[in-house]
Design a protein around this ligand. Structure first.
Ligand code: PMP
Length: 399
């Protein structure tokens, strides 16, 4: 049956952790994977989640199946977090939502929805560059993928003119994917004024926008600020699709909790869509897991836990902002002639360092610093203990 199956390549990102774990070298540093680490380099469990776990345990709940699209309460809480409580689609019931297997699962449901239900083109446009898994998720659902400019390598910033020009040329009724905030891998987002123009253009061209929101609260420490783009698009009358993940902003990586939602033009449309989404999900994995969504709901609906969460996220984003400053200062103090301003300009978990593939490979091979070949480092893996070493090695390979 399987004799013709060839060995597949290791995953570009998760394969790094495997290589890191295999290494016996004391110098080793993992800045490849996008999981938050505290300043001691340890995985972090939010205290609001620890508290929610205690509360759930005390309730001794059962483990019956939950509905195919998750509970109504969970879905509503998610959409409120994204679009803002009392936003018109929520007030009018002009949305449908389904619990998903984290952000990736939400994207996958969305891909299937576009493929099976939309009467538009089956073509989706990604920013360049984009998260490595996007292409796989959407091509597996049978969509054609294409791209538009996002990152300007010359200025290490958002390519506003390039993106407008490219989006202008996208055929009507196609889908455009946007990273809602903290673009991965570049850490470069359009400023709010530019989001406003992008929203108008997308509306005018009748494109369907799909927001991938994997870092709400992680970019600036403020949920509302980080949700500016999808909210603006909705305000301008765009019927957006949205993939939310709680992997990073609540540290629920392995619990796989997320939400997929669509803003519709009417309540009836939302109901029909939801009925079809149920059929799609039933055929993929039947119904979602129960535990993680309970944790999220517990935190989102309880003002005390929510307040703790916001403080924790604030502290996390401040640590990342501080370590960005440290890394840049250390490189400059070492006498590096390169401009490292983008390290502090970029936001969110990742820094697109501008290192070439050759330099990135040298960092791994010679210095045991594990990063993706596109030069992306996870700032969450940089700590006050390893920042000197990382700066020294980055300087060494860029001399
Ligand atoms: N989109 C982007 C841009 C991401 O960076 C990630 C996490 N690396 C995801 C989606 C989804 O991750 P998860 O499935 O773990 O929520």
């Amino acid at each position: 049956w399987w004799s013709d199956v060839e060995m597949g390549p290791p995953d570009a990102i998760l394969g790094l952790t495997e290589a890191f774990n295999r290494s016996k070298d004391d110098r080793k540093v993992n800045v490849g994977v996008g999981a938050y680490r505290d300043d001691n380099g340890e995985p972090y469990v939010f205290s609001c989640i620890r508290e929610a776990e205690k509360r759930l345990l005390a309730k001794a709940l059962n483990k019956e199946y939950i509905p195919i699209v998750g509970t109504v309460e969970f879905c509503k809480l998610c959409v409120e977090l994204a679009l803002g409580e009392g936003s018109p689609p929520i007030k009018n019931g002009n949305y449908c939502a389904a619990q998903a297997l984290s952000g990736t699962g939400a994207l996958r449901i969305g891909a299937e929805v576009i493929q099976r239900l939309s009467n538009g083109n089956k073509e989706i446009f990604f920013p360049t560059p984009t998260w490595g898994n996007h292409a796989r998720v959407f091509t597996h659902a049978g969509l054609k993928i294409n791209k538009y400019r996002h990152y300007d390598e010359k200025t290490n910033s958002f390519d506003y003119d390039g993106s407008l020009q490219d989006i202008e040329k996208i055929p009507e009724s196609s889908v455009v994917l946007f990273h809602a905030c903290a673009h991965n891998p570049t850490g470069v987002d359009p400023p709010q004024k530019q989001w406003e123009s992008l929203s108008k253009l997308v509306k005018q061209k009748n494109l369907l926008s799909f927001f991938d929101m994997a870092y709400q609260g992680f970019a600036t420490g403020d949920f509302n600020n980080d949700a500016f783009a999808p909210r603006q698009f909705v305000k301008d009358g765009n019927q957006i699709m949205l993939a939310q993940s709680f992997a990073k902003n609540l540290g629920l990586y392995g619990e796989r909790v997320g939400c997929f939602s669509i803003v519709t033009s009417s309540k009836e449309e939302a109901e029909s869509l939801l009925s079809q989404i149920k059929i799609i999900i039933r055929g993929m994995y039947s119904s979602p897991p129960i535990h993680g969504q309970r944790l999220v709901a517990e935190v989102l609906k309880d003002p005390e836990l929510r307040c703790i969460w916001e403080c924790e996220l604030g502290a996390i984003s401040s640590r990342i902002i501080k370590i960005r400053k440290d890394l840049r200062q250390k490189l400059e103090a070492l006498g590096s002639k390169k401009d490292w301003k983008h390290i502090t300009d970029q936001i969110g978990m990742f820094c697109f360092t501008g290192l070439t593939e050759e330099q990135a490979v040298r960092l791994t091979k010679e210095f045991e610093i594990y990063l993706t070949k596109n030069g992306r480092i996870s700032m969450a893996g940089v700590t006050s203990k390893n920042v000197d070493y990382i700066a020294k090695c980055m300087h060494e390979v860029t001399k």
